[in-house]
Design a protein around this ligand. Structure first.
Ligand code: CA
Length: 229
């Protein structure tokens, strides 16, 4: 397995060095930058596996960087661990509300920092594993890695949008999702389509699933759900 890459954003060079040294010792590939602007550029150049982000930065501060990362569909799932100082409680809260995963208060012990980073990394790999594992529901087998659906072992041809809708719903049988939630899950929130598009896609999906199409249920006034066993 390739080494996990962490981008460290910290304007105080001795702290940057301390973080870099300790993460590198743990086997992480570490890139360091001194400003929020550089951080966003680095992420654009090459997506790391995690960002360790100082909040108090000159120019674009950590909260702004976090907001930027979490509002972009390409980077919204990138884990962010904030580096904060005492007295920055309101910034910590703001960061967590924006979607940051955890925070470390300075001065910190390297062991605590490593433990936090590892825990966040672990949660991330767990999420990825959940998203890529094969689903078996009723007589369907949904294989996200191959973008393949089998019904009673026979392959069904779906468009990629139909596939993503099916995968999204079938991951949580019995849960009801609004058209808006489905839309965001399958296209990202910046995709210019309407709720009606989802209805149209679902009609196509049901038709292709044949008998199994009945598992994609309409919940009047709310949205859709995949029928529970
Ligand atoms: Ca700072």
């Amino acid at each position: 397995m390739s080494r996990k890459e962490i981008l460290v954003v910290e304007d105080e060079e001795d702290i940057l060095e301390l973080v870099r040294y300790n993460l590198a010792k743990e086997g992480y590939e570490v890139r360091g930058v001194l400003s929020g602007e550089d951080a966003l550029n680095e992420v654009k150049n090459k997506l790391p596996d995690m960002v360790v982000l100082d909040l108090m930065l000159p120019g674009l501060d950590g909260i702004e960087v976090c907001r930027e990362l979490k509002s972009n569909p390409k980077t919204q799932h990138l884990p962010v661990v904030m580096l904060t100082a005492k007295g920055e409680e309101s910034d910590i809260v703001a960061g967590l509300e924006l979607g940051a995963d955890d925070y470390i208060t300075k001065p910190f012990s390297p062991r605590v920092m490593i433990a936090r980073v590892r825990a966040v990394m672990r949660r991330k790999s767990q999420k990825l594993a959940d998203a890529s594992s094969v689903l078996k529901v009723h007589e369907l087998m949904v294989h996200p890695g191959r973008h393949e659906v089998l019904i009673n072992d026979k392959p069904v041809q779906l468009t990629s949008t139909e596939f993503r809708i099916l995968h999204f719903l079938a991951r949580r049988p019995g849960w009801v999702f609004s058209r808006r939630q489905i839309l965001e899950a399958v296209h990202g929130s910046d995709y210019p389509v309407t709720d009606r598009t989802i209805d149209f896609q679902v009609v196509g999906l049901r038709k292709k699933l044949g008998e199994a199409g009945r598992y994609v249920e309409t919940v009047r006034g709310v949205g859709y759900r995949f029928k529970e066993k």
